[in-house]
Design a protein around this ligand. Sequence first.
Ligand code: ADP
Ligand code: MG
Length: 729
Amino acid sequence: MATLRFKALEDLQNRLPIQVDSPAARVSQYYGENVFNGDAMREYLTPEAYKSVKAAINSGLTIDRRVADQVASAMKDWAISKGATHYTHWFQPLTGATAEKHDSFFDYYEEGRGIERFEGTMLVQQEPDASSFPSGGLRNTFEARGYTAWDPSSPAFIIGRTLCIPTIFLSYTGDALDYKMPLLRALNVIDKAATEVCRYFYRDVNKVVTTLGWEQEYFLVDAALYNARPDLVLAGRALFGHNPAKGQQLDDHYFGSIAERAMSFMRDFEIEALRLGIPVTTRHNEVAPNQFEVAPKFEEANLANDHNLLLMDLLEKIARKHRFRVLLHEKPFAGLNGSGKHNNWSLATDTGINLLSPGKNPKSNLRFLTFVVNTIKAISEYPDVLRASIASASNDLRLGANEAPPAIMSVFIGSQLTQILDDLEKSIKAGKMTPEHKTELKLNIGKIPQLLIDNTDRNRTSPFAFTGNKFEFRAVGSTANCGSAMVALNAIVANQLHDFKKAVDKRIEGGNGKDEAILKELQKLIKESKTIRFEGNGYGDEWVKEAARRGLSNLPDTPRAIEVLERPAVQKLFANLEILSEREMHARIETELEKYMMQVQIESRVAGDLAQNHIIPTAIAYQNRLLQNLRGLKEVLPKAEYEQASLTPLKLVRDITHHMEAIKTKVDAMIEARKKANKITDPKKKAITYCDEVRTFLPEIKYHSDKLELLIDDELWPMPKLRELLFTK
Ligand code: ADP
Ligand code: MG
């Protein structure tokens, strides 16, 4: 009895609202409290309903109508108990941001009475009036409806007073209009392919999940300064601004102590993230001033990606509370470090094995080599698909800059693993293996150390690096939806695993033993994929030349990168795997190109407006002051003295004229180029024209404006300067 009462008291205490920001609060007390997770489901669902939801999550089966009604009712009760009044389907259209349309639980009942209503049909499907989301021609406006459908594998959550239900977004014809649907398909495909290959080693594996641990980089700027910069507000990056005398050259910001206001912001958003079940663990200062990183523990990829999108939203919301604005753009400040979103990727079995982690014995090490080598081979077959998956107007500005991975895709594996693969390649001889030879090979494979993290060897210049027990895809941009990169990576690896399985089975049929067949196939793959491996400095110019010599492509901009997806072989790859049909792929290509074009168009318009409305008028105002000064000098000084005294103001007048003229000419030319580009109807041609003929003006206009910024009286300069944006803490 006593223990029972004690238990009841403990339950009660657990239900009291926790003062999450009190120093006494433990994370475990509030972690996931705003998520309709296993615990909440067990509390609000009947055991049968709970079981069938769990089964549907694990197997990907659909949930029947009766159970859906139960889940909806449970979700509603749970959400209302937490103060929610509305619900929304939360989805990921190809715009890049997440979308939501809130509906109230409230409904009329009878005789003017109301009721809170939320039924299975409302949970399972919703029809947002989504006609203005990009669809790349998949929806004509006359049948503009798309619909959202519940993704039970990602739990619902509450933000503010709204219950959010993760959903996929598709057209009435069933075509994917978002990032989530192809991701779920790709995760399913790699599950099947990897499970089959796993069975060579372990009979008890029934499922393989993709794990994703992202690292989100961002800048924080003071909100008041941000609001005085139309380029930051409208284009997300500084289109103008002379670099401050001190930038990141002292490396004094990286891992430095975190300033108080930033710290208090971080504490706040971390608490909110944890309440939403996002397992954030890491925070630190990044390389550039006012640049930071946050990273969670890795999770199953679909959930991890939802969590990343949620976190990006949270960053923006909480930043405002601290009178900050967060910049997620890949390159907000030219000349300073850009922001990425490293995607740490691996595969894990339902029996708890990380397939990219070496093990304790020859069998697990052969399994490790199998998955590593197949991943490398997949990338060597389709590096351009990977490149296309991370292409965006903003990431173009970061890739290939000297602090970011190059646009050339290659794989870094470190000296230890290089040695292991080289040895394996050499030691497998042609023909039938003798028992002694097999034993020797097994012994060598057994010697692979359990941990391959060589800390002296962490090449930060590679776009795709092996880091001990996972690969790290570093070229992903900070604004990106990880779904795009994860679809590409999982698709090409799944495809390779299919091929591998076929080849090994054939060798076995031909009389090879299983291990022998695997080893021989691995040897072949190691040989075939050598050109993609690069251990040197990815930032150097030599690599650009070397990569060209190796026949690796260097696709420096989005239109050229996206073009890759038009190749028939690529379209067939995605269609055969049933990840994206040719129609869906075509729609995606069009959408990405359009998005690129519009981003450049916005930048170009903002730059033009600012140049004409802010910069040139300021230059004229200062020039007038100089002219007044000159006239004054002339009035009061004797001629010889005037000639001397007028030298500086005269030089300034002339320099200002020169830069103003350059700006005016270039802005006019840019507007003309835009007019010409706007007449083009073909999306690809239009994007290429914007890339080659419009975007090129931006750094030129910036150059002259930055010169003016240096010449003109600080008091007159109309916009906050980079030194203020970057060093206001
Ligand atoms: P860094 O790359 O900054 O040195 P770490 O290598 O420690 O940091 O980890 C980076 C990220 O890798 C973390 O978000 C972590 O959760 C993730 N990670 C670790 N193991 C895996 C795995 N098996 N699959 C996916 N991500 C992983
Ligand atoms: Mg990392």
